[in-house]
Design a protein around this ligand. Structure first.
Ligand code: NDP
Length: 464
């Protein structure tokens, strides 16, 4: 018997992502014998919580899947709710002692509350086999991440700590490994011998969606690049692991990140901007600073770009450009590998002006190879050909994949402590430079493609 205890039962993450992710997992029969328990500071009755769970699970029911429907109803019909203040000494410890183990404790709480909840626990309060599942942001700086790691490691061993990065649960992101390492056509080309640059974009058309208070303290660099895109970069750059076991893979991810840094000429290696009022698909988006809960003096960026160098034999000299932003007119969620030109093109050929590119889309899930071939017409003129494949998304939602790992006790899809610290080490000098205004905060109207000159790709900018 395994128990999943969700702290923050009434919260947004629980309702929008955790319960639907768990529902899909149950409906597909990928976890069985699960007891679900909710807890929070709200004075909810057990029935109120059961209604919330059943409501979220209902969307996962399929009429042709009796077994899945049975599982969903069983878990929703038996789940229990406990009212408690997790920061009060003894409260969470008492609940853990009463639950049937092993228990996975999901801290779906504001980060400061999660930290306090862990600080008031002692090693003796944690039954053997307990897993602690922490959400992003994992700390707010290198020092705070280190301190949180120390607190957690006092309670349970590293393999029982799951620092959630739901990006790692996205099928396409993980598919990067299959694409790179199962294809002889690609693997030998992934190096500074052949690659000119790698870009990783996660540009959204969504604005703040009611999360202004959280976002204003985070900004695009912390919210997306520090926590997610550096992981994607590591998957694009790592050497082939011997296996997909968590230690093999995470050792290789860690090795890439340890070799990575942002050039300290931050005015050239980083850019930041914030959106002003504008229209997206007929919706009026107010100026970022006009949203309730925003402190304009904080200078929070809603669009961030950094150029990372990976200082190892394989990648030295190749810029990795990571960018993420909100309220943009053209959502662009993909990794683009741009290859160098061939050493010598037989003279006589015409029409080659674009480099070979491989593009991996994170939503929609696509794979696109852009190459030059002899097309119709003049035999001496090369034409652009695009080979495109639609990739199947996973059966599970990203949080389903994450929860499956948590319940199976496999931390493969979570971020190891040293790796979380390295991600902070990489971005912290940038945050410092931005706080000192070494890099101007540009502006762009919501619904535009970002500030003038940013473009969708930096082909236009010279590579140093
Ligand atoms: P919410 O503010 O919506 O929910 C927080 C929950 O914590 C509420 O249920 C709240 O209950 C409960 N809570 C607060 N203090 C206590 C306490 N002392 N004891 C017990 N329960 C308490 O936050 P989110 O759900 O948005 O976020 C939770 C975590 O998930 C954060 O770390 C966030 O960064 C992360 N996250 C959220 C995402 C999202 O889309 N929402 C996406 C990715 C990560 P009450 O209201 O009764 O106080």
């Amino acid at each position: 018997m395994r128990t999943l205890l969700i702290l923050g039962a009434s919260g947004d993450l629980t309702g929008r992502l955790l319960l639907p992710g768990l529902g899909r997992l149950l409906a597909l029969g990928r976890t069985a014998g699960l007891t679900l328990v909710g807890a929070g500071s709200d004075d909810w009755s057990r029935q109120q919580w059961r209604d919330r769970v059943a409501g979220a699970f209902r969307d996962c029911e399929r009429p042709d899947n009796d077994n899945g429907v049975r599982q969903l109803r069983l878990v929703a019909g038996q789940t229990d709710y406990h009212r408690l203040d997790v920061t009060a000494k003894g409260a969470l410890a008492g609940l853990l002692a009463a639950l049937e183990g092993p228990v996975a404790v999901f801290f779906a709480l504001p980060p400061a509350v999660s930290q306090k909840a862990c600080e008031v626990l002692g090693p003796a309060d944690i039954p053997e086999g307990t897993r602690l599942v922490l959400e992003k942001p994992f700390g707010s700086s290198l020092e705070s991440a280190r301190s949180l790691n120390r607190t957690l490691l006092r309670l349970v061993p590293e393999e029982n700590i799951h620092r959630v990065d739901h990006f790692l649960g996205k099928a396409t992101v993980f598919n990067i490994l299959g694409l790179r390492f199962a294809n002889r056509l690609l693997e030998p080309l992934f190096s500074n011998q052949h690659v000119a640059k790698v870009e990783i974009y996660y540009d959204e058309s969504l604005a703040l969606e009611g999360r202004a208070r959280y976002y204003d303290h985070a900004g695009a660099l912390r919210d997306m690049i520090q926590s997610h895109l550096l992981q994607v970069m590591a998957l694009m750059a790592l050497n082939a692991p011997a296996s997909l076991k968590e230690r093999d893979l995470r050792d290789h991810i860690g090795s890439v990140l340890r070799a990575s840094s942002v050039n300290p000429d931050f005015a050239r290696s980083t850019r930041r901007a914030r959106y002003t009022a504008g229209d997206i698909e007929g919706r009026r988006i107010p100026d970022y600073t006009a949203e309730a809960g925003i402190d304009p003096s904080r200078g929070t960026e809603t669009l961030a770009e950094i150029e990372v160098s990976i200082n190892n034999e394989r990648w030295a000299g190749v810029p990795f450009i990571l960018r993420s932003g909100k309220a943009l007119g053209r959502p662009q969620k993909e990794a683009i590998v741009t290859f160098k030109p061939v050493n010598h093109l037989p003279t006589g050929f015409k029409g080659v002006d674009e480099p070979t590119r491989l593009r991996i889309g994170f939503g929609p899930e696509t794979l696109r190879l852009e190459i030059d071939v002899n097309g119709p017409g003049d035999i001496f003129t090369l034409d652009r050909a695009v080979m495109e494949a639609q990739l199947h998304s996973a059966d599970l939602l990203p949080y389903g994949e994450v929860l499956e790992g948590v319940l199976a006790g496999d931390p493969l899809l979570s971020v190891r402590g040293d790796i979380a610290e390295d991600c902070w080490r990489i971005v912290e000098p940038v945050l410092q430079a931005w706080a000192e205004n070494q890099v101007p905060l540009e502006e762009y109207p919501a619904g535009s493609h970002g500030p003038a000159g940013w473009g969708t790709s930096r082909q236009d900018r010279p590579l140093e």
